[in-house]
Ligand binder design. Sequence first.
Ligand SMILES: [Zn+2]
Length: 250
Amino acid sequence: MWRIVVSVFAAALLAGGADAQSVSLTDQRDVAYTKLADGFDFPVGKPDAQGYYKARGYRPNGHLGEDWDGTRGGDSDLGDPVYSIGNGVVVFARDVHQGWGNVVIIRHSYRERGDIKTVDALYGHLDTMLVRNGQRVARGEKIGSMGTAHGIYDAHLHFEIRKNLEIGMSRSAFAGDLSNYYDPTEFIKTHRRLEGPGGNYAVAINTFRRDATINFDLAKNYSASRSVTSTAPGAAKKTITFERVTPLDD
Ligand SMILES: [Zn+2]
């Protein structure tokens, strides 16, 4: 009986979080407990991104997130802290290799006009990760540091906010438009203050079912190829382009 109740609850949560997405998870039994987010901040220079600028914005079917860079330029922001934008639970944290490097995804539930909604926030190219899958995190908690995806980019944070909780690292299987994604800055600016966090909330986890076919450990790590093909890391960094690395890349 408890199992059935949890299933229905989780499915309802997911459907609410995904807005217009039709999500059928009738057999979804995996849930985690998270504090509702009481608002969202920027992931760098908390809370208002002070000292950072948006080098690239969200573009539907193009760049599905934002690139945040330090105003000091170059790799001066390498190792700078990256913060959770709100209360939530980590649903993904690992080295994805390819064009991604280390990636953390945090699931945030929040109350808006009486409804509970849920989004995934993705933090990519991290130099270090300080959280693990399943860990609960608080608004403003340091979750990692800005990196280069193993040296293939100038240091920056690639940051996405998804309304569809099934995307995970399988972006190519989902439409890259506003049906699945938010414009991150617009989302944060319109959700700075929300109703109080209240108690623990059950949110569905293990929803990245498309990722099951990916063997992250076997994915090519471009830092290795760079080290043997060039003695000038800076030059190599510029020759590996977004398109050449992988469709997953950003
Ligand atoms: Zn990017």
